[in-house]
Write a protein that binds this ligand. Structure first.
Ligand code: NAD
Length: 464
């Protein structure tokens, strides 16, 4: 089979027939048996195992992404999710028997999860396989057909996904559409029953409006500025290493990356050397030459991130090279809410420090902005962490680490407010692609009890 070229786009006039094919398949009931769903999940697992090096090479071509980052964060995580879904599919897909108050005890009743139909999964480029294929696990497990629309900004990753999905999964149920805004707009107008979108908040709003026109459910996995509050009592050596890791894997192009740090001036001056020491260990003193250091996805984003650097405030890094979209791990100090770097999600390897006196000032700062996808707290005091959690709102929180809350498939992953709507992973993915249908069997013998509800409404009948 030939490999799809990185520049291939799905012609717009081909989209209608994709919908026709998938609708025909869905209506045939092919996707409903659990044996079929299990087999497709096993094939997806196999694809992310056997083809992981091809996936790694594609993402490396797209943005100098280290192969290990694709192998661990994309292929490994997707396989974990597949295993979890395979282990729990019977339980998730079974009808939930409901026991109820005496008044309804005569009714046989349950909640039946049914597939929504044709799901459209729109992916972002930054973890190109993870954010496209993980939702697909939920769509398959719940018994749907699906169209994947990977991001055009990682064209080699998108193309290899199209090739491999066609090779490994049932093509009458799962298709990949390649292209950009035009293809996405055409898909949003098509015969879909659910949209699962990962990407920026701005495009998330466009997707939600399109879904509103059709009155179909959406899941929006967006981004935002995820703050870190470091209390004075935190273990700063551990905190420094973990921030250094979370800020620069994928070159900071991670939706859950720690965006900026709030801490006291004294803590900042002790913490920064630990961050920079870890970066030297990870990438040497010359990260531009490191194969373990990813680059910025394209020149547009390179220019955008570069504009966020205020060289007067740089205390580490600050070097850039437009020839290879390289931006060094960079720390800025004495940053204020008015600085450019605080006006948008950074999505790059810049770590700004903002001074706050204490936890209360940090809480006020966080609450004055959009609800973030993640909020991180570093402290040795669990009560302090809990106070910050209870006084704020965020998609998720990890105390004393960053990003790691995404790993367990048993936990919901999603945003709140501007950072997203709905959640997925594990059972939450299954639910995201299911309708919970109430089913009640009413026995005939109860007719004698139901005379009460029938007209005429005599005084005796309405005397409650
Ligand atoms: P993006 O919004 O530019 O693109 C995402 C998808 O939307 C792409 O497939 C693209 O083709 C499509 N798209 C773009 N413009 C469109 C339009 N006008 N109409 C219809 N479709 C359109 O996002 P991106 O730059 O690829 O991703 C970066 C953002 O995604 C960041 O904000 C990041 O935090 C977020 N993100 C979130 C998660 C999460 O799980 N919450 C994961 C990864 C990335």
């Amino acid at each position: 089979m030939s490999t799809t070229s990185a520049t291939t786009e799905t012609p717009l006039d081909a989209i209608e027939s994709i919908f026709k094919d998938l609708r025909q398949t869905f209506n045939s009931g092919k996707t409903k048996p659990l044996t079929w769903r299990r087999q497709q999940l096993e094939r997806l697992y196999e694809m992310c195992d056997k083809e992981k090096d091809a996936f790694g090479a594609a993402a490396n071509t797209d943005f100098h992404r280290p192969n290990s980052e694709t192998l661990i964060f994309d292929c490994g995580s997707i396989r974990n999710e597949c295993t979890h879904a395979l282990n729990h599919l019977d339980e998730w897909a079974s009808d939930e028997k409901i026991s109820d108050a005496l008044a309804y005890a005569t009714l046989d009743k349950y909640v039946h999860p049914e597939p929504l139909g044709i799901a459209l999964i729109i992916g972002a480029w930054n973890y190109p396989f993870l954010v496209t294929l993980t939702p697909l696990i939920g769509a398959i497990a719940a018994g749907n057909c699906a169209i994947l629309k990977p991001s055009e900004l990682a064209p080699h990753s998108a193309a290899i996904m199209a090739t491999m999905v066609a090779r490994y999964l049932d093509p009458s149920c799962f298709r990949v559409v390649l292209g950009g805004v035009d293809q996405t707009q055409a898909l949003l107008k098509g015969d879909i029953d659910k949209v699962f979108y990962t990407g920026s908040t701005a495009v998330g709003k466009i997707v939600m409006k399109a879904a509103a026109d059709k009155m179909i459910p959406v899941t929006l996995e967006c981004g935002g500025k995820s703050p870190v509050f470091v209390a004075d009592d935190a273990n700063l050596e551990i905190c420094g290493r973990r921030l250094a890791w979370g800020k620069t894997i994928n070159c900071g192009q991670t939706c859950l990356a720690p965006d900026y740090v709030l801490c006291s001036k004294a803590t900042e001056s002790r913490l920064i050397p630990y961050v920079t020491k870890a970066w030297q260990e990870f990438y040497t003193t010359n990260p531009a030459n490191s194969d373990s250091y990813c680059h910025i996805v394209n020149s547009r984003h390179f220019d955008r991130v570069k504009r966020l650097i205020n060289q007067d405030k740089v205390v580490h890094g600050g070097q850039t090279d437009s020839n290879q979209n390289f931006i060094a791990p960079t720390i800025m100090s004495d940053v204020t809410a008015d600085d450019n770097v605080m006006q948008e999600e950074i999505f790059g390897p810049l770590l700004p420090f903002i001074t706050v006196r204490d936890e209360q000032e940090a809480i006020r700062f966080i609450n004055s902005r959009d609800k973030p996808l993640a909020l991180y707290v570093f402290s040795s005091n669990k009560d302090l962490a809990k106070r910050v959690i209870n006084a704020t709102s965020a998609g998720s929180t990890c105390v004393n680490d960053v990003i790691f809350q995404i790993a367990p498939p048993s936990l919901p992953f999603g945003g709140v407010g501007a950072s997203g709507l709905g959640a997925y992973h594990g059972k939450y993915s299954f639910d995201a692609f299911s309708h919970r249908r109430t089913v009640v069997y009413a026995p005939n013998w109860t007719e004698v009890l139901l005379v009460q509800r029938n007209p005429p409404y005599t005084a005796k009948k309405t005397a409650f």
